[in-house]
Design a protein around this ligand. Structure first.
Ligand code: FAD
Length: 474
């Protein structure tokens, strides 16, 4: 018999549920397939950097699988619909009896998988899906009324209780097949997708590098996480999202490693603050399954559909390019454009600025982030944007509006992060780094830096009025 592992967002050999299940039988021949779908990726606004990172990690995975005696095949077609045909043809050609795959939870992905299962069944191929990219499967953490939680904190409490009752299983990497390692692997062709390089010093490729980073972070840095996580000038967060998003690392590996280093990590405490972030990741994934409309650009809070967003392309471009005249916002956007990654505090500040200071539709921001982020993930990105826009699940009322200047003063007090990304402000003294034009005026200097494109106080009032008007309409 021949078993096929259909790889998607699970590019690893350790703790890969589908791979583990496919290898359970010693006698089966096991092969793996990844199908690139560039047209679909374009329509999902996938960042070129993310595609590049997937491709690089596939190369690494190809080597690890070859050592296990498993050949990795790479195919390419336009979109998900065509990928079903490619899959079925592949199964026919390679006499595949069973297909093993890990679930993805977004709407298009689920439709593709349902179609694939149907067609495979018609072709006498059995397909089996697994929950894999989460600690606990969607639908397994519910309120007393058997509903999905609409607010994070009670979800997190119920989630931890479930974990205390029993940890999810972590699967080891499969043993090498009896046929022995594959010696000659042919190089994988690059995807037919725009290419952009990824900074390998920040995001080294491969499972070993991801595990090494997890190990290192789980020792000391995680205990400093609560004090350092909000300061973008520091390297205070794990930077593991890039691996978690494309499945080079699993959240179970994170949980087990953390508990190995800190056995009481599930109880409240410093270590739990980080674990709670992983639970945010779970929350948003559970949410898109309970409310699939979230995958279709719908706000969670209905009345916010009525907000009259401003159509102001010049402002949108200034925001995208990091030229708003608000140093913390601009430095953050330049970090995003350059690295394909942005610090969480800054994602909150820049998202708030686009929505609450420029009154631009959050979906514009969601799309732009996706087009740039290596860790772009529909559930987390949508959750983050809807949180920032006050259109989402969480209890952030629309009248809570970040002041971009004071946010900068609070989280980058000395302007260290700002100077790193805005060379044009390097000579501005610390006292004025968040309002550089005041300094320029005082000292009669010319700054090669835009004046603020909106005045915060006025913009804030305009947003309050727009939300208030929308709420009255419902
Ligand atoms: P750490 O602080 O070390 O956190 C550990 C892990 O927990 C992360 O790797 C991530 O998997 C998860 N996590 C942390 N915070 C969140 C959160 N708020 N929501 C969901 N998961 C979280 N995260 C993405 O992975 N992809 C996205 O596309 C994405 N878009 C975002 C957009 C906005 C507007 C906002 C406010 C947040 C977004 N986030 C997204 C969440 C968060 O900013 C990133 O996960 C985090 O910055 C990644 O850095 P890290 O790995 O060092 O995180």
């Amino acid at each position: 018999t021949t078993h096929l592992v259909w790889l998607r967002n699970d590019l690893r050999i350790n703790d890969n549920h589908a791979l583990y299940a496919a290898c359970r039988s010693n006698s089966a021949k096991v092969i793996a397939l990844f199908i690139a779908t560039p047209k679909q990726w374009h329509s999902h606004d996938m960042a070129a950097k993310q595609a590049e990172f997937i491709w690089q990690n596939l190369q690494d995975l190809q080597q690890s699988l070859a050592q296990k005696g498993i050949e990795l095949h790479l195919a390419e077609c336009d979109d998900f619909s065509a990928s079903v045909d490619v899959l079925v043809d592949f199964c026919r050609k390679h006499h595949v009896d069973r297909v093993f795959y890990n679930y993805q939870y977004e709407v298009n992905e689920r439709q593709r998988d349902a179609a694939a299962e149907r067609v495979l069944f018609d072709n006498d191929v059995m397909a089996q899906g697994f929950d894999d990219s989460l600690l606990l499967p969607p639908g397994s953490v519910l309120t007393g009324n058997r509903e999905m939680y609409k607010v994070f904190t009670p979800f997190s409490k119920a989630f931890v209780k479930r974990l205390q009752e029993g940890l999810p299983e972590c699967f080891s990497a499969p043993a090498a097949r009896e046929s022995g390692p594959i010696k000659d692997v042919s190089p994988l062709k690059p995807f037919n997708y725009p290419r952009e390089s990824v900074d390998s010093s920040l995001f080294p490729v491969g499972e070993k590098a991801a595990i090494a980073r997890l190990r290192e972070f789980s020792q000391q840095p995680v205990t400093h996480y609560p004090d350092r996580r909000d300061l973008p000038a520091l390297d205070g967060t794990s930077r593991l999202s890039v691996y978690l998003t494309i499945g080079v690392l699993s959240p179970r590996q994170c949980l087990y490693r953390l508990l190995k280093e800190h056995p009481r990590g599930l109880e409240d405490g410093k270590v739990f603050v980080w674990l709670n972030e992983l639970i945010w990741r779970e929350f948003y994934r559970h949410l898109i399954v309970a409310y699939p409309a979230l995958c279709r650009h719908q706000p969670f809070v209905r009345w916010t559909r009525k907000v009259a967003w401003r159509d102001e392309p010049r402002h949108l471009t200034a925001w995208q390019e990091g030229k708003t005249g608000y140093p913390i916002v601009d430095a953050a956007m330049r970090q995003l454009n350059s690295l394909g990654w942005m610090h969480n505090r800054l994602r909150m500040i820049t998202a708030s600025f686009l929505v609450k200071d420029l009154l631009i539709d959050w979906r514009e921001g969601e799309r732009y982030f996706m087009s740039q982020l290596i860790d772009g993930d529909l559930a987390a990105n949508n959750g983050g944007w809807q949180w920032a826009a006050s259109t989402g699940t969480d209890a952030a009322p629309y009248f809570r509006i970040f002041n971009p200047t004071t946010q900068g003063e609070r989280f980058d007090a000395a302007g260290e992060f700002i100077r790193r990304w805005l060379p044009e402000l390097r000579q501005v003294p610390e006292k004025y780094i968040h309002q550089p034009h005041e300094w320029a005026k005082k000292t009669n200097q010319k700054l090669d830096y835009p004046v603020p494109i909106v005045e915060h106080k006025q913009a804030r009032q305009q947003t309050l009025d727009a939300f208030e008007a929308a709420r009255k309409q419902m």
